[in-house]
Design a protein around this ligand. Structure first.
Ligand code: SF4
Length: 485
């Protein structure tokens, strides 16, 4: 039996209608994003997180100790190793079902990081953030809302700190304080799924200096709050959604990123979870990125789709038994499982924080994300190798549908006799979508820069590589006794 607060994807899509969002796409204001043909595939991908909860409740739901009811796992605070691991298993499954970024993990990772950080801020400062956050989470769980986590500031001159920028708005900050709350200004770049969310949580993006009090703000706002504007990012081949089902490659699903601009948007006191405690900004960023970097096991789910597509085109071309083809599929599988292995190892190595919430292993999370920055590109290369040159020279769907030239294409674009030309075109377009087109945004470049660019992981790996300990191991076995003189 499904509890009332486990909604279906359709319920979710309906819940997004009629909001007064200030959204721009390609120079036009979008009145109803849900019905825009370029935006809708990203809404569908998010909706899958609701449908999975209905279809596979053991995987995608859990009983919440906060409200005593069954909720979507994306809104749950994990308090055991098994629960952190199940987040990863759910993410891989959603990657398999959508072949894209399904966008909901940022909110899950933000809530889980904030749960422990607010507890520790309160312990040091006698503030009341943790109780407020718990109340907010209860509200989210009752309504099965989606939360977009807004962390990455636009950053301006990268050589300067937030407080040193020529324009203070290049990092989100408090612009005005009143007895009721704070007003915020600034912009957050490439925010995943924000327009498809119900709520946003703003967070600082880096370690702050003691004087940068106004930048140390964490709080929640409804997506349609006054003073917020969204500008949707262009995606490679996004207008293929207007050109036909075959052309889209993956007509049903896509990711979404947008620039969010805050112009004195208001956060009331009861939705503020950090306000000036600059020394906790690094802890929050590190815990959030640890969760989100091992969340990139999502790419192993998308990788499963890519492996399936590569094997299918080999089969349609009649070469599936060739040993070098099989070897490339083995290589893709080995690479893909390496992503999953490092991510889920991080989750299996989770430990309890003082709040009771579990935190994944930070070193392994960074190793997982570093793998993702490279492996997905090699997977794409192998898939293109298996697809052959037709991947990028295939005539359009319009030509294929044309009464004049279509029958000729039907004859000359055929592979194996028992496979239709249309099936061959469809699988090639899917590989194009994943490796060059719209969902390459999520599978490739987002794998490189999402949750922090490669160097950010290398800095974290360097901090945790315990070189002295490892040197001692080596010196002991080599029987080296260094004199202190
Ligand atoms: Fe989730 Fe992956 Fe998208 Fe991040 S990139 S929101 S982990 S699906």
């Amino acid at each position: 039996m499904i509890d009332q607060n486990i909604l279906t994807g359709e319920d979710y899509i309906e819940s997004l209608r009629g909001r007064k969002l200030n959204v721009y796409l390609m120079g036009e204001r979008v009145n109803e994003p849900v019905d825009h043909p370029v935006i809708r595939p990203s809404v569908n991908a998010m909706a899958k997180s609701y449908d999975l909860a209905v279809e596979e409740p053991d995987l995608a739901t859990v009983i919440s100790p906060l409200i005593g009811e069954r909720i979507n796992r994306f809104l749950h605070i994990a308090t055991s190793v098994e629960e952190v691991v199940l987040q990863n298993k759910m993410q891989r499954r959603l990657g398999q079902l959508t072949g894209t970024c399904f966008q909901r993990c940022v909110g899950m990772d933000a809530l889980n990081a904030l749960y422990s950080v607010t507890f520790e801020i309160d312990a040091q400062h006698h503030t009341a953030y943790h109780a407020r956050l718990k109340e907010f989470i209860r509200h989210m769980q009752y309504h099965n809302y989606i939360i977009g986590g807004a962390m990455t500031d636009v950053k301006g001159d990268r050589s300067k700190l937030p407080s040193q920028q020529a324009d203070p708005d290049l990092y989100l900050h408090v612009s005005k304080r009143t007895a009721e709350g704070v007003y915020i200004r600034g912009a957050k770049a490439h925010q995943t799924g924000c327009i498809n969310s119900h709520w946003l949580i703003v967070m600082p993006t880096l370690r702050l200096q003691p004087e940068e009090v106004d930048y140390a703000i964490v709080g929640a706002l409804p997506v349609d709050a006054e003073g917020i504007t969204y500008v949707i990012g262009r995606q490679s081949c996004d207008t293929r959604s207007l050109e036909g089902e075959i052309e889209a490659g993956n007509a049903d699903f896509s990711g979404q990123e947008a620039l969010i601009i805050f112009e004195d948007a208001f956060i009331p006191n009861d939705l503020i979870f950090m306000n000036g405690e600059t020394e906790f900004s690094a802890m929050l960023v590190e815990r959030f990125t640890a969760f989100h970097r091992r969340s990139y096991v999502c790419k192993s789910g998308v990788g499963d789709v890519l492996i399936g597509a590569a094997a299918t085109i080999a089969n349609y071309n009649g070469v599936e038994r060739a040993s070098h083809i099989r070897d490339k599929l083995v290589e893709m599988t080995y690479l893909n499982e390496t992503i999953f292995a490092t991510g889920i190892a991080s989750s299996y190595q989770s430990h309890a924080t003082p709040s009771g919430a579990y935190l994944c292993d930070e070193l392994l999370a960074n190793v997982c994300k570093q793998q993702v920055t490279r492996i997905t590109f090699e997977m794409a290369r192998l898939a293109q190798d298996l697809a052959g040159g037709l991947l990028v020279t295939l005539p359009s769907e319009a030509d294929y549908r044309s009464a004049e030239i279509g029958p000729v294409l039907e004859k000359y674009l055929k592979g194996r006799e028992d496979v239709s030309t249309e099936s061959r075109m469809r699988i090639l377009r899917l590989i194009e979508n994943l490796t060059l087109g719209r969902n390459a945004v999520g599978y490739l470049t987002e794998s490189l820069h999402g949750a922090g660019s490669p160097q950010a992981q290398r800095i974290q790996i360097q901090r945790q590589m315990r070189l002295e300990f490892k040197q001692q191991l080596a010196k002991k076995l080599a029987r080296i006794q260094e004199s202190r003189s």
